[in-house]
Design a protein around this ligand. Sequence first.
Ligand code: DAT
Ligand code: MG
Length: 139
Amino acid sequence: MSLQQTLAIVKPDAVKAGNSGNIIAMIEAAGFNIAAMKKTRLTKPQAEGFYYVHAERPFFPELVEFMTSGPVVLMILEAEGAIQKWRDLMGPTDATKAGPDTVRGRYGTSIGENASHGSDAPETAAFETAYFFSCFERK
Ligand code: DAT
Ligand code: MG
């Protein structure tokens, strides 16, 4: 394993419910370095571009609608094996199947409203971190 960066998003459901601080605390307790962080509200084109791989899926309009429904917290997380480590801490996509010690288990409510996002591979992590952060914003 080597030091990796991955993109994390606290999604609108979790921000709205006041759980962004709890999720950041879980991230820090797990030993990630938060290399960059900002709170923003995604525009429709930003959300569509971010999820372009899902553009043909039936749930795409619902996904874009949800991701633009309120503010999000964007972070670059850094750790040894950060991509898998963050996916493990988030739990599975369907929050109703996620364990009680995971972000999605604690703060998500369904497959669509699942509290958080994480990159799934080195290539997507590179695309996703660069999508939201410039090289000057990474510490
Ligand atoms: P993940 O976010 O775990 O990487 P994904 O990349 O397959 O999952 O899908 C991206 C997001 O799209 C997911 O977090 C929630 C939404 N989504 C996925 N499958 C869905 C479905 N069957 N119905 C509704 N929303 C879905
Ligand atoms: Mg994914």
